[in-house]
Design a protein around this ligand. Structure first.
Ligand code: NAD
Ligand code: IPM
Ligand code: MN
Length: 349
C-alpha cells in the first residue's frame, strides 16, 4: 500500500495540544491496523503570521493541495486580532481555495455517555444527526463589504448552483441514514432563504425515498436542544450552520466533542474540530482531544476507507470516557495527556 500523505495544520492555542494527542493515538493505532501514512506539519493561522508573516502562505496552501487529506487543529486568538490579515481570514481563504463547500458536523451521543450532557438524559438519548453546513458562500464571502467609522455592510449572496450542490450532498447522506432532511432557513425574511427553499424543493424531487421538511432557523435553534433525537440530516447555509452546530455540541456535553469533515468536488478533504483555539484554556494541557480524535476517525473513513480502524478508535475512546477519564469540560479532572495515555494504553492492550 502506498503511504497516504497527511498534511497537518496544528494552528494556535489548544489546536497544537489536541493535534499532538490525536497524532500520537493515530500512530499507535496504525501499527495495529497496518495503516501506512506520512505526516508533514505546516504553519497556519497565527502560527503562520508569526513564522511566515501571513496566516496562509503559498507553501502551506500548495502542501494542502497536494495532500491526500488535511488535519487542522484550530486557529486564532487575541494576539492576532489586529493583524493585517487575521488567522480567521486565512481559514476562509483556505476553505475557498480548496473548494471545501460541504462541511459535515456529526452529533452522536453513544448511550453510555448520555449522562455527560447538561441536558436531561431522556432528551439526549438517541440523538444522532449531522449538520451539513454550506462552507464557501453566503455572508462570509459576499461583497461589497465595508467597515467605516459609523457604518458597516456585509453582503449575503447565494447562487442556485451553490445551494443545489450542498442540498444534494445532504440528500445523499440522508439516503444512507434515517432518510430525513431538515432544511433550515429564514425564508420569512431573507431573499437568499427564499431561493434556498425553492432549490431544495427541486432537489427533493430526485430523492422520493427521502422526506424533506423546512424549519425556520429561530425555532430550529430551540427544537435542536429540546428534541435533538428528532433530527437526521440538517442542511443549512454558512452562518446558520456555524451557530447551530456550536449549539448542538451541548447535546454531547461539550464543544470539545465535535469533529467535522469538509469536502470539495474532487480535491483533498479537510478534517477539523468545530471549536476554536480556546485561549482561555490554551497551554494548560486540559483541552478535550475528542474533537480532534473524531476528526481523525472521520478522515480514516471518508478519505482512506479505514472503517474498521475508525470504529475501533471510537469504541476505545468511548470506553475511556465511560471509565471516568474525562477532561474538565465534561466534569472530570483528566488532562489532555491523561486521556491520550489512557487511549494509547488500551490500544497497546
Ligand atoms: P472556542 O471554540 O475557541 O472556545 C469556546 C469555549 O469552549 C471556551 O470556553 C473553550 O475553553 C471551550 N472549548 C473549546 N474547545 C474545547 C476543547 N477541545 N476542550 C475543552 N474546552 C473547549 O471559541 P472562542 O473562544 O469564541 O474563540 C477563540 C478563537 O478561536 C477566536 O480567535 C476564534 O476566531 C477562533 N475560532 C477558530 C475556529 C477554527 O479554527 N476552526 C473555530 C472557532 C473559533
Ligand atoms: C468555525 C469557525 C470559523 C467559522 C471562524 C473561525 C472563521 O467558527 O470553523 O466554525 O465561522 O467558520
Ligand atoms: Mn464556528
Amino acid at each position: 500500500m502506498t503511504k497516504k500523505k497527511i498534511v497537518t495544520l496544528p494552528g494556535d492555542g489548544i489546536g497544537t495540544e489536541i493535534m499532538d494527542s490525536a497524532l500520537n493515538i493515530l500512530a499507535e493505532a496504525s501499527k495495529k491496523f497496518n495503516f501506512a501514512y506520512e505526516v508533514e506539519s505546516f504553519p497556519f493561522g497565527g502560527a503562520g503570521i508569526d513564522l511566515e508573516g501571513e496566516p496562509l502562505s503559498e507553501k502551506t496552501l500548495t502542501a494542502c493541495q497536494q495532500a491526500d487529506a488535511i488535519l487542522l487543529g484550530a486557529i486564532g486568538g487575541p494576539k492576532w486580532e489586529q493583524a493585517e490579515k487575521t488567522p480567521e481570514q486565512g481559514l476562509l481563504q483556505l476553505r475557498k481555495a480548496l473548494g471545501l463547500f460541504a462541511n459535515v458536523r456529526p452529533i452522536r451521543v453513544p448511550e453510555a455517555i448520555v449522562h455527560l450532557s447538561p441536558l436531561k438524559e431522556e432528551i439526549v438519548k438517541g440523538s444522532d444527526f449531522v449538520v451539513v453546513r454550506e462552507l464557501t458562500g453566503g455572508i462570509y464571502f459576499g461583497t461589497p463589504r465595508k467597515l467605516e467609522d459609523d457604518f458597516a455592510l456585509d453582503t449575503c449572496p447565494y447562487s442556485g448552483e451553490e445551494i443545489r450542490r450542498i442540498v444534494k450532498k445532504a440528500f445523499e447522506m440522508a439516503r444512507n441514514r434515517k432518510k430525513k432532511v431538515t432544511s433550515v432557513d429564514k425564508s420569512n425574511v431573507l431573499a437568499t432563504s427564499k431561493l434556498w427553499r425553492k432549490i431544495t424543493e427541486e432537489v427533493a424531487k430526485d430523492y422520493p425515498d427521502v422526506t424533506l421538511e423546512h424549519q425556520l432557523v429561530d425555532s430550529a435553534a430551540m427544537k435542536i436542544i429540546t428534541q435533538p433525537a428528532y433530527y437526521d440530516v440538517i442542511v443549512t447555509e454558512n452562518l446558520f450552520g456555524d451557530i447551530l452546530s456550536d449549539e448542538a455540541s451541548v447535546i454531547t456535553g461539550s464543544l470539545g466533542m465535535l469533529p467535522s469533515a469538509s469536502h470539495s468536488e474532487n480535491g483533498p478533504s479537510l478534517y477539523e474540530p468545530i471549536h476554536g483555539s480556546a485561549p482561555d484554556i490554551a497551554g494548560k494541557n486540559i483541552a478535550n482531544p475528542m474533537s480532534m480524535i473524531l476528526s481523525v476517525t472521520m478522515m480514516l473513513r471518508e478519505s482512506f476507507d479505514q472503517h474498521e480502524m475508525a470504529e475501533y478508535l471510537e469504541k476505545i475512546c468511548d470506553e475511556v470516557m465511560i471509565a471516568g477519564i474525562l477532561t474538565g469540560d465534561l466534569g472530570g479532572k483528566a488532562t489532555t495527556s491523561d486521556f491520550e495515555e489512557a487511549v494509547i494504553q488500551k490500544i497497546k492492550g
